[in-house]
Design a protein around this ligand. Structure first.
Ligand code: URA
Length: 212
């Protein structure tokens, strides 16, 4: 698994305001949107393209267009929804699938409660949107779900990641042969006893949508 922390002053600047407890929900949503577009620029560096012949007003030339099948963007409900517009701004022709996953706090198993994805993801590049890579359990389950459907290249875009979550994710998907990357704005210090990222930004879903 490849993990990339995007090192850019604009990313750090927006992330700092996002973290600030005084930032209200409308500002938090706008900054998330802007930050995701910046992260998406890095995350799509390996997007597949094919050569295409065109004619400019001056002469024929060769360029590129996105390959088919078209990439699939998959926000993990609920907080991943807050990242969707920022991603689609950069990839307007992508298709969008949805995954709703929740962890059973007794068994610690991840349960898929909603799913709207193409049946066959063979040959698809998939971009998963999940703001907080905390324990890594949900993201690992989502990646496995997508690979079982045939996805052959997966990039997760996260606002923040914790070292514990990255390590667990890496272990849990070690048997998969498809390339998996994580692109994040920062690798924070640790998880606290409640599973929150420290220093983090709190509960991303609550801060985006204002309800618990
Ligand atoms: N989910 C969140 O929203 N925040 C955290 O810090 C960890 C998981």
């Amino acid at each position: 698994m490849r993990t990339q922390v995007v090192d850019h002053p604009l990313v750090s600047h927006k992330l700092t305001t996002l973290r600030d407890v005084r930032t209200d929900s409308p500002t938090f949503r706008r900054l998330t949107d802007e930050l995701v577009t910046l992260l998406a620029y890095e995350a799509t560096r390996g997007i597949r393209v094919e050569s295409v012949d065109i004619t400019t007003p001056v002469s024929p030339t060769t360029g590129v267009k996105l390959s088919t099948p078209t990439p699939l963007v998959v926000p993990i409900l609920r907080a991943g929804l807050g990242m969707l517009d920022g991603m689609m701004r950069l990839l307007p022709t992508a298709e969008v699938g949805f995954l709703g996953m929740v962890r059973n706090e007794d068994t610690l198993e991840v349960h898929t409660y909603a799913e709207r994805l193409p049946d066959d993801l063979s040959g698809r590049q998939v971009y998963v949107l999940d703001p907080m890579l905390a324990t890594g359990g949900t993201l690992a389950a989502a990646i496995r779900f997508l690979v079982d459907r045939g996805a052959d290249d997966i990039t997760a875009i996260c606002l923040l990641a914790a070292p514990e979550g990255c390590e667990r994710l890496e272990n849990e998907i070690a048997d998969l042969t498809v390339p998996v990357s994580v692109v994040t704005a920062a690798m924070d210090e640790r998880l606290n006893e409640k599973g929150y990222i420290v220093p983090g930004l709190g509960d991303a879903g609550d801060r985006l949508y204002g309800v618990a």
